[in-house]
Design a protein. Structure first.
Length: 338
């Protein structure tokens, strides 16, 4: 019976492959096995075991998510596990369709970054009903869904990352400052970063005047436009706190256009290759790291252990430590995530 089910699963996978090959595009969801969404084709690892893993990301149009994809594929290749990455390009309906495909295709484990933390409950339920363990990575789904459907969550300690940046800003401006925050309130992880940042200001928190707090959409262009307006409206502005590197790069571009590089600090979270370059170039004042490669390694090892029969889960939620990336570390790892 198990062998018969496996044959059905393989057949479903082949059908899914053909449909994806026929209809992939950046707006309809891409599938990739190598961290690239450009080809619009589904590529799988060479299979020497009977296991297959899937990664349902929220986008591959970001080096954070593509680095998770690349590491998961590398680990699957090394262990003879078939691997597929499905990219909805931030479209919730596409992701829900992909989650349904995963539930019906006989995968042994799935890694998921939600497009919308509260919007994928039905997809998670389908996968859970199919008996497939779910490893939620990077951005957590809502608490009830973690409890009811997720085998384990693995992410960077977002609150800690924000707290480290707040502590650094408090050291840099012991008398306080006029500051602006570019946040992303629809994302749970980014909310945690802002809360950590504000707490990181510590006893000096009341000395900091937040002249603006706006949604930079975690994107360079949107953040740059907002930052330009904030700089124009606040001539005494001294620093930006941004929830990720793309947002901070937008703020840094606005600061540079206003001829205020070095006069207005830019504080970020990610430590992506671009963020490290900005730190070395003096465009960023400080940056705390996210750890996508470590997330992928941890989640993969947990999934391999789980499908191997050891279903003990010591921690339902695993938060990997962040740290401030200093210039010497940035120089050594400028082309890589951590």
């Amino acid at each position: 019976m198990r062998r018969f089910k496996k044959l059905l699963a393989v057949g479903a996978c082949l059908c899914m492959s053909l449909s994806l090959l026929a209809g992939c595009g950046s707006g309809s969801g891409n599938a990739s096995g190598n961290g690239s969404s450009e080809s619009g084709t589904k590529q799988e690892s060479t299979k020497s075991s009977d296991l297959s893993f899937a990664f349902c990301t929220n986008t591959l149009n970001n080096t954070f998510q593509s680095s998770i994809d690349a590491k998961l594929k590398e680990l699957c290749d090394a262990n003879g596990i078939s691997y597929t990455c499905l990219d909805p390009d931030y479209d919730l309906n596409t992701q829900l369709s992909q989650l349904s495909d995963v539930a019906n295709s006989g995968y042994d484990a799935v890694f998921i970054i939600p497009v919308d933390s509260a919007g994928i409950t039905s997809g998670l339920a389908e996968i859970k009903d199919a008996g497939i363990p779910i490893f939620n990575v990077d951005t957590a789904v809502i608490e009830d869904d973690i409890e009811n459907f997720v085998t384990q969550f693995v992410g960077t300690n977002a609150y800690m990352a924000g707290q480290l940046v707040g502590e650094q800003m408090a050291k840099d401006y012991p008398d306080g400052a006029d500051i602006a925050i570019l946040d992303f309130p629809s994302n749970e992880s980014c909310v945690d970063r802002v809360n950590g940042f504000l707490d990181g200001l510590g006893d000096n928190k009341d000395k900091f005047n937040i002249v603006a707090q706006q949604d930079g959409e975690a994107a360079l262009d949107a953040s740059m436009s907002l930052a330009e307006d904030i700089i124009t409206a606040n001539t005494d502005l001294q620093a930006f706190f941004c929830i990720n590197d793309p947002s901070a790069l937008g703020a840094a571009a606005a600061v540079k256009a206003a001829n205020k590089t070095g006069k207005i600090g830019v504080y970020s979270i990610d430590a992506s290759p671009d963020g490290k370059k900005a730190l070395l170039d003096g465009e960023f004042t400080a940056v705390a790291c996210q750890v996508p490669v470590q997330i992928a390694e941890y989640a993969f090892n947990a999934a391999q252990k789980y499908v191997g029969g050891d279903t003990t889960i010591d921690e339902k939620k695993v938060y990997l430590d962040s740290h401030l990336v200093l210039k010497d570390e940035a120089e050594k790892t400028v082309n890589d995530w951590q």
